[in-house]
Design a protein around this ligand. Structure first.
Ligand code: PLP
Length: 349
């Protein structure tokens, strides 16, 4: 890895961050807070939340087995993705490299930030090689984006190739593990110590069943975490979100049960889907959704919409011609989906 200073934008490296009232005070156990121009009425909402979410990070650290000092929390993983660009990529100079197809936010964030987004196509089995990605890099490539299990394809990326990339690329490697709870592959967040150039993304939106509270995590070296903290909005994770995330962490055994139930349902739905006459292929998955190629995805999609069932039409995505992406729901929802698809099949005769 290059020295961090060479990878970070010069203005960010030298930035003196905004210092909030709550940042400056530390030490004595205080009871009278007259430092932040808050309203003394309406507790607890009258107070600014902890800007660095200490308690939440402590609890998360236990569950995720990542030291609290290596955790950044943001308004969804989308905030962390945006910060990657704002910290490392000089607009109109630097570029990033990513696999294709993958999660759409990397490209959107690149374009918003004026950063060239280079893609390398996955192969027919939706796998990649480190060499192919490295070939797409030049001296201005600051970041490589990987997503495993990948969205929208659902599969784990080849772990040996990810390791190869982490050990040979001299810039930052982001591995988005939004779906890792549904996979049996060893998560990279447990290997932060080996790879100073690694940023792992996680979210409360999938396995933790909390997309509505907007909470995402980035795990990285303490140096990278400090850079994120320097650039983020001072109070980027609101009080309600911090409270609700703590409540979910206390319920973590329920979450394990939900994940197990989704994985069991996934096997049933995929088998049933593969039996449909208009289904050409159901792709292997390690996430809470699967990708399936059908005859005329548009037609199937519209048929389901008319019955109030929404799946994702990925037909226009690279390598996903005529593909639908189906999220695993409750048993009842999955049964409704399959009933509608069998009706469609019958009507085609
Ligand atoms: C759903 C998803 C996320 C979650 O984003 P949030 O902003 O945390 O809701 C992140 N990465 C991928 C690949 C996803 O599919």
């Amino acid at each position: 890895m290059k020295p961090l200073k060479e990878l970070v934008r010069p203005n960010i490296w030298s930035l003196k961050p905004y210092s909030s009232a709550r940042d400056e005070y530390s030490g004595f156990e205080a009871t009278v807070f007259l430092d932040a121009n808050e309203n003394p009425f309406n507790p607890p909402y009258n107070r600014y939340p902890d800007p660095l979410q200490h308690e939440l990070k402590e609890q998360l650290s236990v569950v995720k087995e990542v030291p609290a000092a290596n955790i950044f929390l943001g308004n969804g993983s989308d905030e962390a993705i945006d910060l990657v660009f704002r910290v490392f990529c000089e607009p109109r100079v630097d570029n990033v490299v990513a696999i294709s197809p993958t999660y759409g936010m990397y490209q959107v964030c690149a374009e918003i930030n004026g950063v060239e987004y280079r893609t390398v196509s996955l192969d027919a089995t939706y796998q990649f090689t480190a060499d192919a990605l490295l070939k797409a890099c030049d001296v201005h490539t600051k970041v490589i984006f990987l997503c495993s299990p990948n969205n929208p394809t659902g599969n784990d990326l080849n772990r040996d190739e990810m390791v190869r990339l982490l050990s040979t690329f001299s810039g930052i490697v982001v591995i988005d593990e939004a779906y890792s709870d549904f996979s049996r592959q060893k998560p990279f967040r447990l290997e932060l110590a080996q790879y100073p150039n690694l940023i792992v993304l996680n979210t409360f939106s999938k396995a933790w069943a909390s997309a509505g509270i907007r909470l995402g995590m980035a795990y990285a070296s303490t140096e990278i975490i400090s850079l994120f903290n320097k650039v983020k909005y001072p109070y980027n994770v609101n009080l309600l979100t911090q409270q609700q995330a703590l409540a979910m962490l206390r319920k973590r055994y329920d979450i394990d049960k939900w994940v197990a139930s989704i994985m069991a349902e996934r096997a049933h739905v995929m088998a049933a889907f593969a039996d449909l006459t208009f289904c050409r292929q159901v792709y292997p998955t390690n996430a809470n959704f699967f990708l399936a190629r059908v005859d005329d995805a548009e037609r199937v999609y519209n048929y389901l919409v008319r019955r109030g069932i929404i799946v994702r039409n990925r037909s226009r995505v690279a390598l996903c011609d005529n593909c639908l992406r189906v999220t695993i729901g409750t048993q009842k929802e999955n049964t409704q989906l399959m009933a509608a698809l069998r009706q469609y099949q019958w009507e085609q005769k």
